[in-house]
Design a binder for this molecule. Structure first.
Ligand code: ATP
Length: 195
């Protein structure tokens, strides 16, 4: 049988020590779907994204992915001593892509970033923009965004909305968020209730 879902998570549970964070959760993401993942602090949104991304193994249950995953962490991680361009080049190499210099320069310009400053000199909003530029270039099938709006100004927010459109036309996107303005922009809202 051909599975048309990008993500098919079945009966996923996750426990840290003795504490259950997720219990028996089913989650699906369809092609061209945008889903908002909401719920109070500590309810398990990041944990679910990390399980879906394969960064954390579920205690029980299974996750099936159809496509390449891109994860926008909050806060995002980089090589601090590398420039933005070097970080993008490195990420593309890890993905097995040969990102051309002109493509990387265009992405830095598009996301309003300097071309030759080390990331240790970036503000948190600039780091978030660099993480967006990285995802833009990686162009995965499955986009997992953890509080992507954090630290962004109004222009950065506009760039983020464009990125979500890119994600939607390429594959599908899950946005863990406390920002209610996403709720009218997505196809479906999943509210985590706790274990
Ligand atoms: N590595 C870890 N070890 C132990 N407990 C953890 C770990 N990561 C997360 N937790 C716990 O799991 C629970 C869910 O955390 P998580 O970060 O997934 O919540 P969240 O919904 O994303 O919260 P927020 O809205 O504050 O970002 C919290 O109680 C947290 O303390």
């Amino acid at each position: 049988m051909v599975c048309s879902m990008l993500i098919e998570a079945i009966a996923v549970s996750k426990r840290y020590g003795r504490d259950w964070v997720l219990r028996n959760l089913d989650f699906q993401l369809a092609q061209h779907e945008a889903v908002a993942l909401v719920g109070p602090n500590g309810v398990g949104k990041t944990t679910l994204l990390r399980v879906l991304a394969g960064l954390v193994r579920p205690t029980q249950g299974s996750v099936k992915l159809s496509g390449r995953v891109g994860f926008l962490a909050n806060p995002p991680a980089f090589h601090r001593h590398f420039t933005g361009a070097e970080n993008l080049h490195y990420a593309l190499r890890l993905d097995g892509k040969t990102g051309g210099r002109s493509e990387i320069r265009a992405a830095l310009t598009q996301f309003g970033l300097p071309h030759d400053k080390p990331v240790l000199s970036y503000s948190s909003g600039m780091k978030k923009r660099l993480a967006m530029a990285r995802l833009h270039l990686q162009n995965p099938d499955i986009w997992l965004l953890d509080e992507p709006e954090a630290a962004l100004d109004a222009q950065g927010r506009g760039l983020l909305e464009n990125l979500v459109q890119q994600a939607r036309s390429r594959g599908g996107v899950v946005i863990a968020t406390h920002d209610k303005s996403w709720l009218s922009l997505v196809d479906r809202i999943v509210e985590l209730q706790g274990p």
